[in-house]
Design a protein around this ligand. Sequence first.
Ligand SMILES: [Zn+2]
Length: 144
Amino acid sequence: MRDTDRALVQAATAVAKLRCRSENHTVAAAARTADGRVFTGVNVYHFTGGPCAEVVAIGAAATQGATELETIVAVGDRGRGVIPPCGRCRQVLRDYFPSIRVIVGPTDAPRVVSIGDLLPETYVWADHQIEPAAEPVPAPRPGD
Ligand SMILES: [Zn+2]
């Protein structure tokens, strides 16, 4: 944990304390760019599947033109402390920021792990963007 990591946990904790005061918003996230900009977000709970705080923070960063996030952390409301990203967020983080650092662990001993450690051997979304074959693949003939 670097000093900037501890500051990121403090930022998410402050947002959780200040903005997560209803069942609609129960988790805050803070994400930092390599150049030190910090973006925060809270989850938007809804039975239709509202976004987690991490995704909202990614959107907030993108809104300001920050598309390369280096580190992210989520903190729960009511003093729950640092909470790890859910499976969906792990996939989003891995696809958007393959080398992002994620702060996890108990609040009194948080640690940094790579998104690859949190979601190893995953489906790679970019695979669907493979260039089409230069020449058309011949259709199989009967008997092939
Ligand atoms: Zn999530």
